[in-house]
Design a binder for this molecule. Structure first.
Ligand SMILES: [Zn+2]
Length: 317
């Protein structure tokens, strides 16, 4: 009992944002990591048992943390339809709010993002055929000549990425992308989004094309965010002013302030949580992956974030 009280006191000094992508077995072919439905449910019970009370990202960002109990936020990336089928019944049961960071082009199964296309291409293509295809496309798409297949594929310049993936898809995948989307429906439909919103789920930004923003120019990042917002508002949803960096790859820290001002964002979210993070005035928030660690202990939630903060402070000298 005393240990439980001590845990709560230690954890009440910060407010982590726990996030995940996929729950259950659906969409595993687009996002291989993920949590089983049971693990996700047990993970939330574990966090509640540690003493966390869940609040929405909007509320957490709007006011300073009230000391006395640990507070946390739950978020999901990419907008897979498992959020409706698997996640909603569980968060409803525990009355946990959720923020979903949506990829603009994937809303309502209108398109696959380039990283999803690459995963499917790798699934269907023979390694040596794919390597030959990359060599034949090397000059056209400015691909590196050496390195692993993944490295060569993911090095495609941002402005070419969809065209490049579409070309490989047509060579190696057995059905068209339209057929794949119509059959599998991997992303949330508008009806599902509406039902989630009726429960209280909120939507936020995750870029329009799931771009690696660390490789984009400032105008390109702004363009990704404008298109992402437009896609959500055209679909009838008002996105929260928060942006989760795809792959956790952040833009240069020097751009954050202007980016938030120019695109009306309150904060951007990465994936490297330190004990000093997630305060209302901060432009950069950080998250903790439940897929990497579904049952975090004091070590992951208290010690590691402090060591990380210390390491970052020492690296400044
Ligand atoms: Zn993502």
């Amino acid at each position: 009992m005393r240990a439980k009280r001590l845990t709560r006191v230690l954890l009440s000094s910060s407010q982590p944002v726990f996030f995940f992508h996929r729950v259950g077995h659906h969409q595993a072919e687009l996002y291989p990591e993920g949590l089983s439905t049971k693990t996700f449910s047990d993970s939330l019970k574990h966090l509640l048992d540690l003493g966390y009370r869940f609040t929405s990202l909007r509320e957490a960002q709007a006011d300073s943390h009230t000391p006395g109990y640990p507070r946390a936020v739950l978020a999901a990336d990419d907008g897979f339809s498992c959020i409706y089928h698997e996640v909603l019944p569980i968060i409803r049961k525990h009355q946990i709010p959720l923020t979903v960071f949506m990829i603009g082009c994937c809303i309502d199964n209108r398109a696959l993002a380039w990283n999803h296309k690459l995963i499917q291409i790798r699934h269907h293509a023979d390694e040596s055929d794919l390597s030959d295809a990359l060599s034949s496309l090397q000059t056209m798409y400015s691909l590196p000549a050496d390195g692993s297949i993944s490295h060569r594929m993911f090095s495609v310049p941002d402005h070419h990425k969809d065209e490049f993936c579409d070309e490989l898809w047509d060579r190696f995948c057995p059905t068209s992308q339209e057929e794949y989307l119509a059959r599998k429906k991997p992303f949330l439909s508008l009806t599902q989004m509406q039902e989630l919103q009726n429960y209280g789920v909120e939507f936020a930004l995750h870029s329009h094309s799931h771009a690696d923003v660390s490789r984009l120019s400032y105008p390109q990042i702004c363009d990704e965010l404008h298109k992402n917002k437009e896609a959500l508002s055209d679909a009838g949803f008002e996105p929260l002013p928060f942006f989760a960096f795809p792959y956790g790859r952040e833009c240069s820290p020097g751009l954050l302030s202007d980016l938030c001002k120019d695109t009306s964002l309150k904060a951007c979210l990465g994936i490297r949580y330190r004990s000093s993070d997630n305060h209302p005035k901060s432009r950069l928030w950080q998250r903790v992956s439940l897929e990497h660690c579904p049952f975090p202990s004091l070590k992951e939630l208290w010690l590691v974030p402090r060591l990380r903060r210390l390491k970052d402070a020492l690296s400044l000298f």
